[in-house]
Write a protein that binds this ligand. Sequence first.
Ligand code: UD1
Ligand code: CA
Length: 457
Amino acid sequence: MKITTIILAAGKGTRMRSELPKILHKIANRALLQHVYDTANQLQNNTVKIVIGHGAEQVKSTLKNLEADWIEQKQQLGTGHAVQQASDQISDADTVLILYGDVPLLKLATVKSLIDSVNDRSLALLTVNLANPSGYGRIVRNAAGQVEKIVEEKDATTGEKQVNEVNTGIMAVQGRQLKKWLSRLNNSNAQGEYYLTDVIEMAVADQINIVTSQPETEDEVLGVNNRIQLSHLERVYQQEQANSLMELGVTLKDPMRFDQRGSIESLGQDIEIDINVILEGKNSIGSNVKIGANTQIKNTIIGDNVEILANCVIEGAVIGQGSRIGPYARLRPDSVLAEDVHIGNFVEIKKSTVAAGSKINHLSYIGDATVGSKVNVGAGTITCNYDGVNKFRTVIEDGAFIGSNSQLVAPVTIRKNATIGAGSTITKDSPENQLTLSRAKQVSIAGWQRPVKKEKN
Ligand code: UD1
Ligand code: CA
């Protein structure tokens, strides 16, 4: 069986009050439409078609990596009209799945059960019972409980408006039949639109069985129409991710104050995450890792037994096992730390490797550097890697000791076990095992007196 998924995404989203097309707004840093696509894309034998209209060019260029056929609906004349745009691309034997680009949290299992209910004689419709159904299309059933039709709010009688079971808009139907019904749609209704929902009544007339099912939770079928709903679904999504991490053995001090905007590629045991931690992109986290409060970690590999203290910003780094980072440290892309490295407060590392057991504990900038093992970098050390035009490397070999407030002007090499005296500006390679320093001689002026303030006349 082949599946054609049609994602309706041409609507404007006026209530977002945004220049950005609604479906490009994000949940967990992923566009709404991308969420829907990613779910559909997990189905086997599936072709995805996306109906776009408002901001079509921007949508296509932003999501150009989607393997989907883009179909433009020039005027938004209704959901039925939107699906009609794809009609000539639907094969008779296909099962057609209709999804909405602004309903991002629909689950794969829900979609699969819809598809499984479709055949020559039946259409699958996802409905939900809402305490407040206003605004939605109502599911009208006969005395035997069989679905007769869907009536839109604006076309509904007072009696029909009392119905709590509503149309989610999501359905699966056989291709040949759908095409037949689409060709018969008209717009003689309160909104002057071509309603996709009218196919239900046509299906019933053709003696097709309407099989309804409901999602596990209401949140799965909620759409985003404004930023309040966007924030609600963001929290729902974050809560789900937090729950699955906790199920995998992660301690979250407060799951309400945890955000994951991306994926976790591998996860150890007994990880402890304090409040307000944001994980972005692709991260791997080893066992017995502690992550302190207010820390942001992106595209990083964290080894076992690492401790990251509060208020760190880490991106594109590799942190070796047993290392300790922060508080207030910044690791920028291509920072590769071996095991047992200590990076302390107000230290910035960029495009540098630091070998095992080295310590850079206070107020330093280490950029474009190769730091050996058991190196001690004193407070306030700066690798001067940039002459205003080009960047150069600093090499600090094993066992070196860099005195506080030193500047290492690259390209420069500090040899094995060298010691650099505090306050030095190092412009030439410093030899192994020796003390190198560049510092004006200290003098004291005997008999010197502080100036005194002049008397005003
Ligand atoms: C639709 C259903 C309603 C259901 C509700 C669920 C119809 C006639 N009504 O209502 O029964 O309860 O969804 O949210 O189907 N779209 C297009 N092109 C168009 C019109 C819409 O692509 O011309 C897209 C929108 O971008 C959106 C989806 O279709 O993703 C639904 O459109 P929307 O206007 O929200 O549907 P409603 O009329 O509210
Ligand atoms: Ca809607």
